[in-house]
Design a protein around this ligand. Structure first.
Ligand SMILES: Cc1cc2nc3c(=O)[nH]c(=O)nc-3n(C[C@H](O)[C@H](O)[C@H](O)COP(=O)(O)OP(=O)(O)OC[C@H]3O[C@@H](n4cnc5c(N)ncnc54)[C@H](O)[C@@H]3O)c2cc1C
Length: 386
């Protein structure tokens, strides 16, 4: 139950109907095997859910961020993890907003039909981390090609994608007026790249999240794969962040609702000292608090969606929604462990898995400190700290 009426009930009903085929055991087995939920992502793709934001002229549903956010929320709310497939939703936006007509015609219909997967975006580097403008990977023009050298880290879903958007420096830092200039984005055909200048090394990690180190040694990319204008890539990546943050907020809200529902159900059923544990206010109150904080975060998520879909500035709202939702979901995860006692640690209850999964969102794709820094500087006018 939620306090506010849920928006898009018809979309939710259709998604829940599809998700009946994927019970908790399915996600648990995939997690235990450190596998990829192939059948789940295929089902979402075949039903067109990952193409909701692609315009109809390219074979998508032509819907907004609001509808896309419902898809992502429901994935996490059913016990799954949208981290396996959310890249497709926001990477596509970069191509849509900044790609040429030719590029859109070449890639978007395939992405909409599921023939092509655009699940990966390569930005983060090991030596520069959050300080993106200092990145070291270079792409130098040589005739009709760019030659890429450098290294990336934490690049997700490369092994389950056909295409990747890559950010690299095309003009040395010393030759640009502003450090945000001189970087460009490219579409990399992963089948052409792997073994021919690009090496992929998987990173074992706390979550079952396919993510990798990438090494580039003279990788050649056709010049026609440059997206937009050379030198403006960082701006294009920033353009996509509001959608990304709002979608992640929706995923966290899906997680938070899953945790609250599981905690409440367990607290109603589990009897200790001859009473349901949920009769104790020490058990009730944290769950009630989680519910309140989730509902508040959800209001900010809708505010961000509405502004984005109305083509209004929404940087503050998207950042605040991500902050509130990631906090609410992690707090709800922590309470769910406590409410389940020892069983919170047992894999068969799925709480420990979802706990690990939702913890990620305080760090990636953007860490909480960077959101606070955005709000301090851009909303409150405090001095820039870096
Ligand atoms: C599972 C996973 C999947 C990922 N997938 C992708 C992907 O697909 N593509 C991609 O490009 N990247 C991806 N990332 C990378 C992710 O975006 C970064 O990990 C994240 O942005 C933080 O960067 P960092 O790890 O280099 O941390 P650092 O930049 O080293 O920062 C470490 C800590 O210090 C804090 N910090 C740093 N500077 C400041 C400051 N000035 N003020 C206050 N605090 C500061 C940060 O907030 C953080 O908490 C992924 C990461 C993970 C863990």
């Amino acid at each position: 139950m939620t306090a506010t009426a849920e928006r898009h009930p018809e979309l939710r009903a259709a998604l829940r109907d599809l998700f009946k085929r994927f019970p908790d055991e399915y996600f648990r087995k995939v997690d235990a095997a450190r596998g990829y939920p192939v059948e789940f992502v295929d089902a979402l793709t075949e039903a067109g859910w990952l193409a909701v934001m692609i315009p109809e002229e390219y074979g998508g549903a032509g819907l907004g961020l609001a509808e896309a956010s419902v898809v992502m929320e429901e994935v996490n709310r059913c016990g799954g993890n949208a981290g396996a497939c959310h890249g497709q939703m926001y990477n596509m936006g970069t191509l849509l907003r900044h790609g040429s007509v030719e590029q859109k015609r070449r890639y978007l219909p395939g992405i909409a039909s599921g023939k092509l997967r655009l699940q990966s975006m390569g930005v983060t580097e090991p030596s520069t981390g959050t300080d993106t403008t200092q990145l070291k990977t270079t792409a130098l023009r040589r005739g009709d090609r760019y030659v890429v050298n450098g290294q990336k880290v934490w690049i997700s879903r490369v092994q389950h994608s056909d295409l990747m958007i890559l950010l690299a420096r095309t003009t040395p830092l010393a030759e640009v007026k502003r450090k945000s200039e001189g970087m460009s984005i490219f579409i990399v055909d992963l089948h052409q790249a792997v073994g021919k200048g690009m090496t992929v090394r998987p990173i074992p990690n706390m979550v079952n999240h396919e993510t990798n180190e990438l090494f580039f040694e003279n990788l050649e990319i056709p010049a026609e794969n440059l997206i937009g204008e050379e030198g403006k890539g960082f701006k294009y990546i920033l353009d996509g962040l509001n959608a990304e943050r709002t979608l992640i907020a929706a995923e966290c809200i899906g997680d938070a609702r899953w945790f609250v529902a599981r905690s409440a159900a367990y607290a109603r059923e589990r009897r200790v000292f001859d009473r349901p544990i949920g009769q104790n206010q020490g058990v009730q109150f944290p769950i009630a608090e989680n519910h309140i904080e989730t509902e508040a975060a959800d209001l900010m998520r809708w505010r961000a969606c509405d502004l984005f879909d109305a083509h209004q500035p929404c940087g503050a709202e998207a950042n605040m929604a991500k902050y509130l939702a990631a906090k609410a979901s992690f707090e709800a995860a922590n309470v769910a462990i406590q409410t389940h006692g020892g069983f919170g640690f047992a894999c068969e209850y799925d709480v420990e898995r979802k706990f690990r999964e939702t913890r990620l969102y305080q760090v990636a794709p953007i860490s909480t400190n960077l959101i606070l820094s955005y709000v301090a500087e851009h909303v409150l006018g405090l001095p820039r700290s870096f």
